[in-house]
Design a binder for this molecule. Structure first.
Ligand code: FRU
Length: 307
């Protein structure tokens, strides 16, 4: 074969390969409970970025818009279309247990991210320890307030496990101090709800020392309500999530006294998915570490939570 012919054949192969790139070997369905909050947008972005480094996987994202029925339907669709693995960040524990269990029992590996379901019908759970975060927040707040103070607790959706754990952990954390929770309400993770609940708290109580909100949107909503009432300088605000563009920024601006990091687990979900798809055994529980950001430590990148 002469050199000219060989180079034509090689060029043809290269052109054909670039026009018809190799099809991904695996499809992963990702069911997100909603995309209305920056933290969830960040989770999807983290997943997308990690997945892009692996041409053998194709991601299909679905947004349940905070609706359990829609999220169940998405899981069923993933099963019917034959995805190789499902990643799901469920809205609420009880309603999402059955569809996730059904998919798992049909042999599809399922990674549950951030919010838990009931029982054990999934391959792996990935998330930070919300009880530990709540407890660390309680201890940190009790110290900040010098051991006594009047607190408003704005809770995340109490039918989702992070809300339950951030609540019980916090109460454990302030135990033994003279901190008192004078008002609590379920703001369902949403800033506008938090603002409304805080307006009621402000109208009922002339002294509020601190707001502990289960997420940074909640803490910010409470701050806006206090600001509108001219009381933002007499109240301290603490939240959870610690995104650079949200909680960390509020700490830098002096709006929040602290934000506790709640990592999205997006990168870890893709790493774990690849291990499962490659036939490796993974642990059933992957606990992500957390940090606290305060104005003292933010420039050094925050501080790990004490054990
Ligand atoms: C977003 C969010 C976060 C929170 C997480 C808990 O929907 O509310 O702010 O940390 O969910 O699942």
């Amino acid at each position: 074969m002469n050199y000219r012919l060989l180079s034509i054949i090689l060029m043809t192969i290269i052109i054909v390969a670039s026009v018809f790139p190799q099809a991904p070997a695996y499809t992963i369905g990702m069911s997100q409970c909603n995309l209305g909050e920056p933290w969830r947008v960040q989770m999807n972005a983290d997943i997308k970025k990690a997945a892009e480094a692996h041409p053998e996987i194709r991601m299909v994202f679905k947004d349940a818009q905070n609706d359990n029925l829609r999220q169940s339907a998405h899981i069923d669709e993933f099963v019917r279309s034959g995805v190789n693995l499902i990643i799901v960040s469920p809205k609420e524990a009880a309603p999402m247990t059955k569809p996730i269990s059904d998919a798992y029992r049909k042999g599809i590996p399922v990674i549950v991210l951030d919010r838990r379901v009931v029982g054990n019908d999934y391959t792996c759970f990935i998330g930070a320890d919300n009880k530990k975060i709540g407890k660390a927040a309680g201890k940190w707040i009790a110290k900040l307030l010098g051991g006594k103070g009047k607190i408003v607790e704005l809770k995340g959706l109490m039918t989702s496990t992070p809300g339950q754990d951030r609540n019980s952990g916090f109460r454990e954390g302030i135990k033994g101090s003279s901190c008192e929770i004078l008002f609590d309400a379920d703001m369902k993770w949403l800033e506008p709800n938090a603002r409304k609940e805080m307006e009621s708290a402000l109208s009922r109580f002339t002294q509020i020392d601190l707001v502990y909100a289960h997420n940074d949107p909640g803490a910010h909503g409470a701050y806006l309500a206090a600001k509108a009432a001219g009381r933002e300088h007499t109240i301290k605000f603490v939240g959870i999530d610690g995104l650079p563009q949200e909680g960390q920024m509020y700490v830098k601006q002096g709006i929040l006294s602290a934000s506790f990091e709640y990592p999205t687990g997006g990168r870890e979900a893709i790493e774990t998915a690849l291990q499962i798809l490659n036939g490796k055994k993974v642990s059933r529980e992957i606990t992500l570490p957390s940090k606290v950001f305060t104005k003292e430590n933010i420039d050094k990148g925050g501080e790990a939570l004490p054990e």
